[in-house]
Design a protein around this ligand. Structure first.
Ligand SMILES: *Cc1c(COP(=O)(O)O)cnc(C)c1O
Length: 613
């Protein structure tokens, strides 16, 4: 498709640029200044000007954002829900850029993209094969569709980093065995409807999709890769075959391939910008009409047009050689950061998780980033050759105190302290675990931005060595939690480190994710008990043998632990009790567990879970 050159009288481009279809239509619409008698009620921003707070809002966000905030009554922009007009053109353009047969923009995040894919594919009592460490939206989809899940279990190392699901778990034989042993799948011969895999785990490991297709093509109706963190992969050879859909990738014979991508996470989309990519198989094309029934079910009837425009622009930005340049730039920055960290590693004890060998300059070859069996650095043991890669732009920084075998050193710096120290100094990390925190290098990372991180880590280490008063180095934190007022930075690190060590936290936080879990009923049935009030609030000391009605998710790491309908086991109960005791001892360092209800009984804080009666 040839994009027309568009010169805006208002924007006055210095250089002529090719505008993608939707942005062009939207600018044209705003510049033509049609009178609005439709939603939204602020009428192109005019409502804000009638109040002083409104004026601040108007000034802060700017006139164009508000004028471009229109609704689906504007026919000339096309309809998202029906994929027509300029929006359809834009989706087609993005499909070309991302090399797929169909592409649908989604303005409610990949949470919604996942649900759309599922509701178009899965019905009640269908068998589904799911990554145990998937995003909660996939678990919500299980509850909404009434599916019966069998899970693929990832490995974890003792840093608490989620590893890959071993290749053996993907064998059809292994999946069939899980189906055969499942307590309430009646028809064991039923073909699973979908496999959903977190493609790129939260720590940046992805799978060889061609190997998975070779094993499961035709054995499962649809193979769905949740690529929330991987929309950049199609644009660089570094990720060849390690993402779902892209240039030169062969079609499966029978299975449809889906990828859902948060373009807002790694590319330039505005928050909630997401897209669904589909590759038809040799023998089966996506039925767009049927698919759209599910799309309509989950999509708001008032989509945000600036999000659609950002989807449009994101695709245009990745078009042609620019896509590769942008991705290469982020890999380059991540490599520079990794090299600089390695130089300082002996001085300050912080190190970056990754392969032993780093290229001395440039981005080097991807071979080092492919996981090899039994390498010490990853700690995932016997992985299959060529089956996984670590994405170098997903950077896990390890703090001192814990090694990959799970043994604790005498001294240690829990990552939560670094994260809080950073937050007071203007650096916000994506997430943190016990002794690691996570930084993302995206196409928006400016050159050398990482230098401040290293400078702040050095400063942290100096403050730590001097045991500087927390009231001096983390004043906001101490203000919120005065109990720490007298302590130094090193004192508090040591207290929390000793606590983790005594509780053998590394082992515990790993084991809760790999312990044997028994399903007692379908997730949908357990969740329905909530709506029907057939639940009972059980204190965590009494959970043995009980069945949860809610999803239980500890933050960090934000990965669901127990799905509605599953039975508590002793490993998980022990963890919940430990988390409760820890939370009492160290306010400000609480593990937040979604699904736990907190109530004050006679002045004491107690923790409960809503269980099936
Ligand atoms: C963030 C995330 C999602 C949800 O994406 P949103 O765009 O935030 O709705 C889905 N899956 C995975 C693996 C994610 O990390």
């Amino acid at each position: 498709m040839k994009l027309e050159v568009y010169k805006s009288p208002v924007l006055k481009h210095k250089e002529e640029v090719d505008l993608p279809p939707f942005l062009k239509a939207l600018i044209r619409y705003v510049e033509n200044g049609a009178a609005s008698w439709h939603c939204p009620g602020h009428s192109g921003g005019a409502a804000f000007l009638k109040s002083s707070v409104g004026k601040v809002f108007h000034k802060f966000f700017g006139e164009n954002l508000l004028k471009a905030d229109v609704c689906n009554a504007v026919e000339e922009l096309g309809q998202l829900l029906e994929h027509t007009g300029a929006i359809a053109e834009s989706e087609k353009n993005a499909a070309r850029v991302f090399n797929c047969d169909h592409l649908f923009f989604v303005t409610n995040g990949t949470s919604t993209s996942n649900k759309i894919v599922w509701h178009s594919t899965v019905g009640p009592d269908d068998i589904v094969v799911v990554d145990r460490n998937c995003h909660k939206s996939v678990l919500h989809a299980i509850m909404m569709t009434g599916a019966v899940p069998v899970y693929l279990t990832p490995t974890r190392n003792h840093y608490g980093i989620i590893g890959p699901i071993p290749e053996s778990e993907f064998s059809y034989e292994s999946i069939q065995k899980k189906i055969a042993n499942h307590p309430f799948i009646k028809d064991k011969t039923k073909k699973p409807r979908i496999l959903t895999l977190t493609q790129s785990t939260y720590d940046g490991i992805s799978y060889n999709v061609e190997a998975i297709k070779a094993e499961l093509d035709g054995k499962i109706h649809a193979l769905h890769f949740d690529e929330a963190w991987l929309p950049h992969a199609a644009f660089h050879d570094f990720y060849k075959d390690m993402h779902a859909i892209g240039a030169g990738r062969p079609r499966a014979c029978d299975s449809l391939i889906f990828a859902t991508q948060s373009t807002h996470k790694m590319l330039a989309g505005l928050s909630q910008a997401s897209q669904i990519l589909v590759q038809d198989s040799e023998n089966k094309k996506l039925n767009r009409f049927v698919f759209n029934e599910s799309y309509l079910m989950h999509t708001t009837t008032s989509p945000q047009y600036s999000i659609i425009a950002s989807c449009d622009v994101t695709a245009a930005m990745m078009d042609g050689p620019n896509g590769k340049t942008l991705v290469e730039g982020s890999i380059q920055e991540a490599m520079d950061f990794r090299r600089a960290m390695r130089e300082s590693q002996n001085d300050f004890g912080f190190q970056v998780w990754g392969p032993d060998e780093l290229p001395s300059e440039g981005i080097g070859s991807r071979d080092n980033w492919i996981l090899k069996p039994n390498e010490k650095w990853h700690g995932f043991g016997q992985v299959s050759q060529g089956f996984n890669i670590l994405d170098p732009i997903k950077v896990t920084v390890l703090t001192p105190g814990l090694d990959v075998d799970g043994s604790f050193a005498e001294e240690g710096i829990p990552a939560s302290l670094v994260a809080k120290y950073f937050a007071e100094n203007g650096i916000i990390v994506e997430k943190y675990g016990l002794y690691s925190f996570f930084l993302m290098f995206t196409i928006g990372t400016t050159k050398g931005k990482w230098k401040t991180v290293i400078a702040k880590l050095k400063k942290f280490k100096a403050d730590y060595d001097n045991n500087e008063k927390l009231s001096k180095v983390m004043p906001k934190f101490v203000q919120a939690h005065p109990v720490y007022g007298k302590l130094g930075l090193k004192d508090l690190c040591q207290q929390i480190h000793s606590e983790y060590k005594a509780g053998d936290m590394a082992r515990m936080t790993t084991e809760i994710y790999v312990s044997e879990i028994t399903p007692a009923m379908k997730p949908a049935d357990a969740f329905a008990k909530i709506a029907r009030e057939e639940i009972e609030r059980v204190e965590i000391d009494n959970l043995e043998g009980r069945v949860t009605a809610v999803l239980l998710t500890p933050y960090p790491p934000g990965i669901p632990l127990l799905v509605p309908g599953e039975k508590f086991n002793s490993v998980i109960i022990a963890y919940l009790k430990y988390a409760r005791d820890f939370n009492h001892m160290y306010p400000g360092f609480e593990t937040d567990i979604h699904g736990l209800a907190v109530e004050y009984v006679n002045g004491t804080k107690k923790y409960f879970v809503d269980c099936v009666k």
